[in-house]
Structure formats: C-alpha cells, structure tokens
Design a protein around this ligand. Structure first.
Ligand code: MTE
Length: 334
C-alpha cells in the first residue's frame, strides 16, 4: 500500500487459490462447530435471499463452510450496488502478513491456522477476558451486510459480509467511563505468516477507532463473506469492517481488542504518519499526499474504457456517520 502499487491492475487468480487440503479440513472442523452453534440457528440461506433479487454474483461459492446471515436491518447496511465477484474479492487482497503483492495472500494464506482461535479483551473494561471463537460466533445473530469497501489506494469493491455489530461484544465487556478508544491487534506469527520477514510495517498490524466509532452499528465484527466463513486471505476467522473508512482501518485476523484512554498508534500511521491519519475517513476532498482521492476504480469494472467512479463522502455512509464528526476539521483530522 505504501509505495509501489498505486494501481497495479487486476491480478488474475493464481492456481494456488484452490483451497489446500489442510485448510479445507480446518474448515470441516468449523462446519462441525457451527452445526452445533451459530449456523445451527439456521437463518434464511442464500437461496432465499437470491430469490429476493440479490445479484447472482453474490451467490455462495461453495468453497468453504457455510455461514448464512439474515439481511441486516441496520440503516445503510445493505447497498443496492452489485456485489463484486467472489473471485475478485478473494484474489485481489491487501494482507501484508502474506506478502505485499495483491495476489500473494490468496496464494500464501493457506498457512494461517484459524482453529483454535480466541480474542482477548483487555484494558479499560469491567469484564476483561479471552473469548473463544466458538463463543463469539454465538454472541449475536449473524447478519448479512452488503458494504462498499474503498481502499486508500484508489480501488473499491462491494462485499457481502456476514457478522454482527461490534457493539454487541462491546456491551458485554462493559467499558469503563475512562475508555475512549478501542485498539485492534492482529495475529503476528512468523511461522504462519511469511510476510512478517519484511520490515514494511511494525508488526503486529494494529488499528484503532474512537469508542463512539466502534459503537456505531455499522462497525462490523465479520466472520464470513458471500455466505461462507471468511477465506484466510480476507482475514479469517474474524476481522473488523468499518465501511466509511479506508480499507486499512478494517483489521484482519484479530486476536486482541484493547480499550484505552489515549489514542493508540496504528501500524500505517507509524509507517507514514503524514499519509495515513488516525481517522482515515473516506473523503474525496482530502487527497492523499501523493494522489487524489476524488475517484476510484471498482474492481471488476476494469478494462481500457472503464470509467472511474466518483468517491463519495464517508464512502456513501454520510447520513449514518456524519454526525460523529460534527464540528471537526476533516483536513486536520484526516
Ligand atoms: N489487516 C491486516 N492484519 N493486515 C493487512 O495488511 N490490510 C488492510 C485491511 N486489513 C491489512 C488488514 C487493507 S490496506 C485493506 S484495503 C483491507 O484489509 C483489504 O481487505 P480485503 O482483502 O478483504 O478486501
């Protein structure tokens, strides 16, 4: 993200995209897990939703364990735009722990071990503790959210995520009055993640939100996409998705959530302070120091004559989140 690939063009899926056996077997363990848990509470599946005019591109690809979700009722959570092809969403990725090339995560992330997995909650909360993935999956009903994802590099996708509002977890851990920020720490294991050998970021990859941003119902704790559990390259088994901010705010494969009083430093802010601010709200009027943010290229609309799209304020979620920033100078707090 930092230097070379402003717009390297769509990279076709690599043969390595085919799920290796070990990963597949891992997924079968998931499937067994979910038969007794979250998925057991069977909500209407993809077939039913397809009948309700969901674009066929979002159909469940059938590669991984199913993770259905009921269509979200959160205002703004389901865009009417056409979902990006699953193939593109799972083969054109930023996950630097598996390499800086867009096609590297799909090729290399099969080494990520997603079970057992837990997320530690610590810091300024009344109920700190470790949450096993199984318990997180059962904490709230799974919802399907069709969000735009706008990467700071100038491309975007529309992805049907499956998860629930992070606020569901936050309420359960009872933040103290002094908590003002929420930090997300992601896995950093050199044995599983070849990209950690590179010094491009100060590992682990961390991100953070102001507490009121984290409490906003659009902030999603995601476990799946396209009706299935997350592919490793998209941040399995659990990640954050914050649709009104540049994609790098949406940390993948999280292992810790920490509540703090002081604004946490974040991985990209540490790497290039003047380029990647703490807020990083999508804003067509505030350019990146090295390129304009006024337009974007929608993945799947590539081609010589494909028009760029106009980038929308807060990525199109202004009606829902604009009030969080009332009175703030968004050029200063970029
Ligand atoms: N999370 C981790 N742990 N490591 C990363 O390199 N890249 C970020 C974000 N989360 C990243 C990460 C960036 S730059 C983007 S654009 C999104 O993930 C991409 O998510 P996707 O590959 O699922 O589209």
């Amino acid at each position: 993200m930092l230097i070379r690939s402003r717009d390297p063009g769509f990279v076709h899926p690599h043969p390595g995209d085919v799920t290796p056996r070990a990963v597949y077997e891992d997924r079968r363990a998931w499937l067994r897990l979910m038969a007794g848990g979250a998925a057991g509470a069977a909500l209407p599946g993809w077939a039913a939703r397809d009948a309700r005019a969901q674009a066929p591109a979002a159909a469940r690809p059938g590669k991984l364990a199913p993770l259905p979700g009921a269509r979200s009722a959160v205002p703004g959570a389901v865009t009417m735009e056409k979902p990006t092809d699953h193939k593109d969403a799972s083969s054109y990725n930023n996950f630097y722990e598996f390499g800086t090339d867009k096609s590297a995560p799909a090729r290399q992330a099969h080494t990520l071990r997603t079970a057992p997995w837990s997320v530690e909650v610590e810091g300024l909360v009344g109920k700190p503790g470790r949450w096993a993935l199984e318990d997180l999956l059962k904490l709230a009903p799974m919802e399907e959210r069709l969000y735009r994802l706008r990467c700071v590099e100038g491309w975007s996708m529309v992805i049907p995520w499956v998860g629930y509002s992070l606020v569901g977890l936050i309420r359960r851990v009872e933040p103290l009055g002094s908590a003002r920020y929420v930090e997300f720490v992601t896995l950093a294991d050199p044995k599983q993640m070849p990209g950690l050998r590179s010094g491009v970021l100060d590992w682990p990859y961390t991100e953070a939100l102001r507490l009121d941003e984290a409490l906003h119902p659009l902030t999603l704790l995601a476990f799946g996409m396209y009706g299935e559990v997350l592919p490793n390259q998209n941040g399995a088994p659990v990640r954050i998705v914050v649709p009104w901010k540049y994609g790098f705010k949406s940390a993948k494969s999280i292992v810790k959530i920490r509540f703090t009083e002081k604004e946490p430093r974040t991985a990209w802010n540490k790497a290039a302070r003047h380029e990647y601010g703490f807020y990083s709200n999508v804003n067509p009027e505030v350019d990146h120091p090295r390129w304009s943010q006024a337009t974007e290229r929608r993945i799947g609309e590539d081609g010589l004559f494909a028009k760029k799209r106009k980038t929308l304020m807060f990525n199109g979620y202004e009606a829902q989140v604009g009030q969080l920033y009332a009175g703030m100078d968004l050029k200063k707090f970029y």
